[in-house]
Unconditional design. Structure first.
Lengths: 624, 295
């Protein structure tokens, strides 16, 4: 019953204003006086039900004398305006404080009662009022009630004229004032006290909220507009009948409260219209109407205890989810187009042993290639678009392939235990090559991708045309060689860290690729997309790699091999790399790209592409 | 004012008290075991009366008074069980069971009352009197019908006391009323016992309806007034033991009889409700509650 859906995106002011505008325009569109009559009744019941929500929904106080307070408003209007001859407007206003007095009288016996006893006492109280009303027939008219109560008029204009349009707007003003009042009360410090008393009574008491005082003020506050609504109702139907004390009106208004959703204010207001309309639509059904209304209440209580307001909120949530989905789809499409424009190559998803992998591939027509394909493997926390200059340079002559590692770029995140390590990345590379039907390619690996390339080619050196690594030191014994292959810097620490601070993020991105600029912004953005576990698991699972097998391959020189590092690489220990034992390295030693940093192919693309092209040409000649 | 007058009034109060005791005990059975207040109890009273009328009255089935009463009570038991499963069971173990069952039983009462109007029409009916003639007990002359009523109610309440105190089902119901968790741990089928309690309560309401129907006219809303009286009785007496509503019922019957006689018909309910509120404020657990709640 207590359903408090959060207002995620607004405080509800705009929808409320739209509804208000619709209600203001309603009588101008629908001139049938009967429709307006129904709306007036709905306004009055909405005020009563929403006020009841303050004590029942927010306060958790089962005040079943609430409808009796409404009746108090009607009768005090009757007595003040007819018997005592007071101005009807004044009588309506006075009906509020009078109902508050009666509410205080109800509150006194229930100050220290709980649960079911509150129901019984308040019910008994309303029965007591009923008995008093019918026993004092000289004041209240007894069982036949009071009739021909004075109607409202303002400056000689009678509100019953022009299809009750005066009553309509007066009732609307009453509703707006009541909702504003309830809104203020429930959002105030005291209103939070009411809810606290409901949800955690003893904690609230221990924090200094007075239990009795809170109950008293809650009941009185809920009585104010109930009494005024009663006075207004009396002036409108111009009859005060003791029938209002019966179980029928009680059930009707309680059903508005509960079908609408208790503890929401808007729910009872909405339900007042729905229930009034429903009950009017079924007016011809006689007894069946009551039965169907009762069944509706039971069905709502059993199957949908949040009520209409929960339905509204859920519809709203569903619309928000659908809208967000639409936006996300459009954003994805736009970003895909941007990536494809950057690479000048279509992007496709390939199913691999480690999930869906995004692959970009471009090249000349079938048979027009003048050499083996090129497979490009990007580094830690980067993406395939790092190789945009290589795509631009080589796509006209060869097939160029790049893919996003699992957990990077637009590839799927993998299972951290299975998919975030170097052998798994090599599996992915194999699967990508197989899916594209690319045979005997050159492999260029950058940094982490360098190790992936080493692992990939070491599995079957004869199946590859050549291997080039950049920004990576071949390792023999891990982790000892790690300390030798790299200059001690924070980069190594950051490379394996799952979460980055913003400062760490830009430092890592700046030294790994290039300082932030328009051209490198997308590489910086990629760090945030990368699954942090991919860094952490990759580094902690270094020992699952068969490092000596890679070194063996390099020593034996079974594959054309080149080392193309940037001369200014901030991480690498160039001396360590030069001192390794290579069986057949291209040009006899590691080849440094002048002024290249950790990503020379990105910072110095022309120089890098020239060297890389030369390596491929020499390697193909040597193999032939 | 003579002693005879007081005695006649007292005999009237006794009859009222007996009916109230029957209704209040039924109400108390549900209240103590399930912890909820059944607002359909008044509708059960009306439904029992109409079912009894349907089965027994010469204009309808004409099975005779005894068969009609037994049939109506049995039917009310079944209806009570169904009622429990449809309206109360869904909220079991939920925090809002009290409020939710209030509204669903109110709705159930609306369904029953309007259903009665649909089936039997709004015209009021009357049960035949339970017996003809008068019986003189010393200075007081009771109608034989009232005497039968008193004896039957006394027998039923004694039977209820025996059922709750001596039979396995009755003792299980009391156990559930005292501590649901412990009763469940002992292997009692709590949902079934709840259903039995509701059925028993409805059957007693139906029987009370037969009696009310024999002293007043039957209307679809005939249960509303007895329900309010039963509510007063249950609050005055408390539900600590199954006997406490009985004492309270006798007190309420007497208060009603005497205040109607001395203060006038209109003031009686006001006196009763004021009495009830006073008791609730001063001693919310009822007048007869020196013991822990045991049903």
């Amino acid at each position: 019953m207590r359903y408090d859906p959060p207002f995620h995106r607004s405080n509800g002011l705009v929808p409320a204003l739209i509804a208000l505008a619709a209600l203001i325009l309603f009588p101008l569109v629908f001139e049938a006086s009967y429709l307006r009559h129904l709306m007036i009744l709905a306004f009055v019941f909405a005020v009563v039900a929403a006020s009841w929500d303050l004590s029942l929904g927010y306060g958790g106080l089962f005040n079943f004398a609430h409808v009796a307070l409404f009746a108090v408003g009607i009768y005090s209007y009757g007595i003040l305006a007819k018997t005592l001859g007071l101005n009807p407007w004044l009588a309506i206003l006075l009906a509020g404080p009078i109902a508050m007095l009666f509410a205080a009288a109800v509150a006194l016996p229930v100050l220290r009662l709980d649960g079911i006893f509150v129901i019984l006492v308040t019910l008994a109280f309303s029965q007591l009022l009923f008995q008093i009303v019918i026993s004092q027939s000289d004041i209240t008219g007894g069982t036949s009630g009071m009739v021909t109560l004075p109607a409202l008029s303002l400056g000689g204009y009678r509100f019953t004229k022009d299809g009750r349009i005066g009553y309509y707007y007066a009732a609307l003003v009453l509703l707006v004032l009541a909702i504003a009042f309830l809104w203020r009360v429930t959002r105030s410090r005291f209103g939070r006290g009411i809810v606290a008393m409901r949800d955690a009574k003893y904690y609230a008491i221990s924090r200094g909220a007075p239990e009795g005082g809170t109950r008293l003020v809650t009941l009185c506050a809920s009585a104010l507009f109930t009494g005024i609504a009663g006075g207004f109702y009396g002036s409108y139907v111009r009859v005060a009948s003791p029938d209002i004390f019966g179980l029928g009106p009680l059930t009707l208004i309680l059903s508005m409260l509960l079908v609408g959703g208790a503890g929401t204010i808007w729910g009872p207001v909405l339900a007042a219209f729905v229930v009034t309309a429903l009950s009017e639509a079924m007016a011809d059904l006689g007894f069946w109407r009551e039965i169907l209304m009762a069944l509706l209440i039971i069905v709502v209580m059993v199957f949908y205890p949040g009520g209409l307001w929960a339905l509204v909120q859920e519809a709203r949530e569903a619309a928000a989810v659908a809208l967000a989905g639409l936006r996300a789809r459009r954003r994805r499409a736009a970003q895909k187009a941007a990536r494809e424009a950057r690479m000048g190559a279509p992007e496709r998803m390939v199913e691999t042993r480690h999930g869906l992998i995004a692959v970009a591939a471009a090249g000349p027509d079938e048979g027009a290639a003048d050499g083996p394909p090129i497979l490009l493997i990007h580094g830690n926390s980067a993406c395939k678009e790092a190789f945009l200059h290589q795509f631009a340079a080589f796509r006209a002559r060869r097939q160029v392939i790049a893919f996003d590692l699992p957990g990077h770029g637009v590839s799927e995140n993998g299972d951290p235990e299975k998919s975030y390590n170097i052998p798994a990345y090599a599996d992915v590379a194999e699967d990508v090559l197989a899916a594209l039907g690319a045979k005997g390619p050159f492999v260029l690996g950058w940094s982490l991708g360098g190790y992936v390339a080493l692992e990939l080619t070491a599995r079957d050196p004869a199946a590859y045309a050549g291997l080039a690594i950049t920004g990576a030191s071949p390792l023999n014994v891990v982790p000892e060689d790690f300390a030798r292959g790299y200059d001690a810097s924070s980069h190594v620490v950051l490379a394996g860290r799952q979460f980055f601070t913003p400062a760490e993020r830009s430092r890592f991105a700046g030294s790994a690729t290039a300082p932030l600029s328009e051209a490198s912004a997308f590489m910086h953005a990629n760090i945030d997309r990368t699954d942090g576990r991919a860094r952490f698991y990759m580094l902690t699972k270094l020992s699952v790699v068969d490092w000596p097998r890679q070194m063996r391959m390099l020593r034996e020189g079974t594959i054309p091999f080149a080392v193309l590092n940037g001369s200014n690489d901030p991480f690498l220990n160039h001396g360590y790399i030069a001192g390794l034992n290579y069986g057949a390295i291209w040009t006899g030693a590691p080849r440094d790209i002048e002024d290249g940093k950790h990503a020379p192919f990105f910072n110095r693309p022309e120089a890098f592409n020239e060297v890389f092209h030369a390596f491929m040409a020499d390697a193909s000649r040597a193999r032939a | 004012m003579s002693l005879d007058t007081l005695l006649v009034v007292a005999s009237g109060g006794l009859v009222l008290g007996a009916i109230y005791a029957l209704m209040a005990s039924g109400l108390a059975v549900v209240w103590t075991t399930l912890g909820i207040f059944n607002f359909a109890h008044g509708a059960f009273i009306a439904l029992g009366a109409y079912l009894g009328w349907q089965l027994s009255h010469a204009e309808a089935s004409g099975l005779g008074l005894l068969a009609g009463a037994l049939g109506a009570v049995a039917a009310m038991f079944v209806i009570g069980v169904c009622f429990h499963y449809a309206l109360v069971r869904p909220f079991e173990r939920k925090a809002n069971i009290v409020a939710a069952s209030v509204i669903t039983t109110l709705a159930g009462a609306a369904i029953i009352e309007n259903g009665i109007s649909l089936v039997w029409g709004p015209r009021s009916k009357q049960m035949p009197r339970l017996a003809e003639g008068d019986v003189a007990l010393g200075p007081v002359v009771l109608s034989a019908s009232d005497l039968v009523l008193l004896v039957t109610v006394a027998a039923i309440l004694a039977g209820l006391g025996w059922f709750l105190g001596a039979t396995r089902t009755g003792r299980s119901m009391r156990a559930v009323a005292q501590n649901r968790e412990a009763a469940e741990l002992m292997g009692l089928d709590v949902p079934r016992l709840y259903a039995v309690s509701f059925g028993l309560s409805a059957a007693m309401a139906g029987l009370a309806g037969l009696f009310v129907g024999s002293i007043r006219f039957m209307t679809p809303t005939m249960g509303a007034d007895p329900l309010m009286k039963a509510l007063i009785v249950v609050i005055l007496g408390g539900v600590a033991r199954f006997t406490s509503p009985i004492y309270a019922a006798l007190i309420v019957g007497m208060v009603e009889a005497y205040s109607s006689y001395f203060l006038g018909l209109y003031w009686t309910p006001a006196v009763l409700f004021a009495l009830m509120i006073a008791v609730l404020v001063l001693k919310p657990s009822g007048l007869f509650t020196s013991h822990q709640r045991t049903l």
